[in-house]
Ligand binder design. Structure first.
Ligand SMILES: O=C(O)[C@@H](CO)OP(=O)(O)O
Length: 207
């Protein structure tokens, strides 16, 4: 029986994560630490004995670079890969490029937390998590999931909020449940799915 494997991984630390800037659809590359985190993610997946048939990533450099480094560690460079903006980070609109601490000083802690982590309040000119889900979920259901259910071992390298949107669906989290869910950079989460696409098991390779 095929194993219906789905691995999600957030990119390693980016230049703008390090500078504490809202990033969204802006396109900074990984830092030196981010490169190490991505390579470490690849080594962890290798240590689990995992091999992939297909990969998906966004159109942003930090996620693609992370995927390349992981595939390098796995000895799987050249794996068939689809890149789509459906997996991009949520668009931070007018906040993109602003410092997160400066934003807190200007608009207050509570407002910034609402923009960053509420389910359906978009930042000015940008996307809420709900908006992000509205474009990431159809892509998951139409492009990614059918392969997983047919036994294609699948790796997805994407972003904090596009993955939080998918995790909300996979783990059946409520809007309140997803609020506190943070994804560390470069930490793979290994899901095995049931035939009906629900989660059979989950392993977070955090440590
Ligand atoms: O800036 C961003 O694009 C994201 C991810 O780094 O930030 P946040 O954690 O605030 O959603």
């Amino acid at each position: 029986m095929s194993e219906r494997l789905l691995v999600l991984v957030r990119h390693g630390q980016s230049e703008w994560n390090l500078k504490n800037l809202f990033t969204g659809w802006k396109d900074p590359d990984l830092t030196e630490l981010g490169v190490k985190e991505a390579s470490e993610a690849g080594r962890k997946l290798k240590a689990q004995g995992l091999v992939f048939d297909v990969a998906y990533t966004s159109v942003l450099t930090r996620a693609q670079h992370t995927l390349d480094l992981i595939l390098g560690e796995l000895g799987q460079k050249g794996l068939p890969t689809s890149k789509d903006l459906a997996l991009n980070e949520r668009d931070y609109g007018d906040l993109s490029g602003l410092n997160k601490d400066d934003a807190r000083k200007k608009w207050g802690e509570d407002q910034v937390l609402i923009w960053r982590r509420s389910y359906d309040v978009p930042p000015p000119g940008g996307e809420s998590l709900k908006d992000t889900l509205a474009r990431a979920l159809p892509y998951y259901v139409q492009e990614i999931l059918p392969g997983v259910l047919n036994g294609k071992r699948t790796l997805v390298a994407a972003h904090g909020n596009s993955l939080r949107a998918l995790i909300m669906v996979l783990e059946k989290l409520s809007p309140e449940g997803i609020l506190k869910r943070e994804l560390a950079t470069g930490v793979p989460i290994i899901y095995r799915l049931n035939a009906d696409s629900t989660v059979a098991s989950k392993l977070d390779l955090a440590s």
